[in-house]
Design a protein. Structure first.
Length: 455
């Protein structure tokens, strides 16, 4: 794909890229020549329509990168072979590693199942991933042959099943508004030293803070969010405030494709012989494409399913999996560079999420986001805890509430795909969700079926 205006505008604003000097078929960058790539200046110029921005973003999302694009790391770093940029390849194949990234060629490799409920699965763009695309994040030990003789194959990384991306724009808009609210509450606390200020936004309680006379914040009472009071809804651990922030790391981890906004323009930071692997403009259009994806919809519900919705509330599931949250506005803004605590800085574009293809329902000047989530981290107990060598005991037990919209189409469940049915997923809940899990476990088979049918 090439945009009608891409070549002329790219030449006008100028970019640099390393291009293969080869005449053999296929021995060129999959992203195409430098003149066809999208720069941030082009994105900000206003010369591209929203449709063209989405097309350009789809190209980044679906392109299978190759080594001429910058796929892969450079020479292995013997001091730390797990460090991104200097990873070895599996068996010395020269391309893939799989157990610590370098595990796919395109975003759509891991986000291509629109529904796992059909036979065969319905494939498309922006969906979830199955067990075969589960990410094995930064392990240092995989004991496949159970050398510890403890009855399991020990693994000290993180196993992450890719979620579906539909509705991401509504999630990001909610996070922007909630972050604004929490930053205002922080300012209120600093204006009233010694007063305990509750951190509640859109009905979600993130604990309390107190400021001293010098404006220093005591964040020991903060819950389910970092001390900087930035809502980070992306990533299973709630690590990323925006899709762009997530994509920066994903490009490096999965593909070895280094964004210029991380390593600098013209810099070959990983030593693979390629510079300017992912331009700022390319991350901008990628974020735009993902956040303007279609929104999950609830299908027609019969009487049992409607009763199941009521049971979803009475068993306590809805305490964290909140059926809906409302935004006060409709416009999702995009910033570059991003400042997490100040989502209104450096805005270069916006989009009305009430319009197609996102098409969120409108309400009271804002949007109704039927996410079945709360954008908050929760302690899920030791049964679900990870054994990640790079995380604390607390971090390994905590996960952000998974949005349940689209849950009927996105098996397997839980962060690592261990639950192949919804019943298994519910029964695996612990920690803060233990009361809801017990209420479900004690319910009659008929009521369990009603709740499962609703889901």
């Amino acid at each position: 794909m090439s945009l009608p205006s891409s070549i002329s505008v790219a030449v006008l604003f100028g970019i640099t890229a390393t291009v293969a000097n080869a005449d053999l078929y296929g021995e060129q960058p999959a992203l195409g020549p430098a003149a066809a790539r999208v720069t941030q200046a082009e994105v900000e110029s206003g010369l591209l329509s929203n449709h063209e921005l989405r097309e350009a973003g789809l190209r980044i999302f679906a392109t299978s990168f190759n080594k001429y694009d910058g796929f892969g790391d450079g020479p292995m770093n013997p001091a730390d072979p797990t460090a991104l940029g200097g990873r070895p390849t599996l068996g010395g194949n020269g391309s893939f590693l799989r157990v610590n990234g370098l595990d796919a060629q395109s975003c759509n490799d891991c986000h291509g199942i629109v529904s796992s409920a059909t036979v065969p699965a319905t494939l498309g763009v922006g969906g979830a991933g199955g067990l075969t695309s589960a990410v094995m994040f930064m392990p240092k030990n995989i004991d496949v042959d159970d050398s510890d003789n403890n009855g399991m194959a020990a693994f000290d990384g993180r196993l992450i099943v890719p979620p579906a991306l539909f509705g991401a724009g509504g999630i990001q808009l909610l996070a922007q508004e909630m972050t604004r609210d929490l930053q205002a509450l922080k300012a209120s606390a600093q204006a009233t030293p010694g007063k305990s200020v509750r951190l509640v936004t859109k009905g979600v309680d993130f604990g309390r803070i107190v400021a001293d006379a010098n404006g220093n914040i005591d964040s020991s009472g903060v819950e389910g969010i970092d001390a900087d009071l930035v809502v980070r809804p992306f990533g299973r651990k709630g690590e990323f405030a925006t899709v762009r922030a997530f994509d920066q790391g994903a490009m490096i981890f999965h593909f070895g494709m280094q964004p210029t906004e991380i390593v600098g323009a013209g810099i070959d930071d990983d030593g693979d012989g390629v510079t300017d692997e992912i331009l700022a403009g390319e991350l901008s259009v990628l974020e735009f494409f993902i956040t303007t994806q279609e929104t999950p919809r609830e299908t027609f519900r019969d009487l049992d399913a409607r009763q199941g919705r009521r049971l979803f509330r009475t068993t306590g599931c809805a305490d964290c999996h909140r059926p809906q949250l409302r935004t006060t506005g409709r416009e999702l803004t995009f910033s570059f560079p991003e400042v997490a605590e100040q989502p209104d800085l450096n805005v270069y574009h916006s989009v009305d999420l009430a319009q197609a293809p996102a098409s969120f329902p409108q309400t009271r000047g804002g949007l109704l986001i039927r996410l079945f989530g709360d954008l908050k981290r929760h302690d899920m107990g030791y049964e679900l805890a990870e054994n990640f060598q790079g995380g604390s005991d607390k971090v390994n037990r905590e996960f952000i509430t998974a949005e349940l919209w689209g849950v009927a189409d996105t098996a397997p469940y839980l962060h690592d795909g261990r639950a192949m049915t919804l019943n298994e997923a519910i029964l695996a809940h612990g920690g803060e969700a233990e009361a809801a899990q017990r209420a479900y476990a004690k319910s009659s088979e008929a009521d369990k079926n009603r709740l499962l049918k609703f889901l």
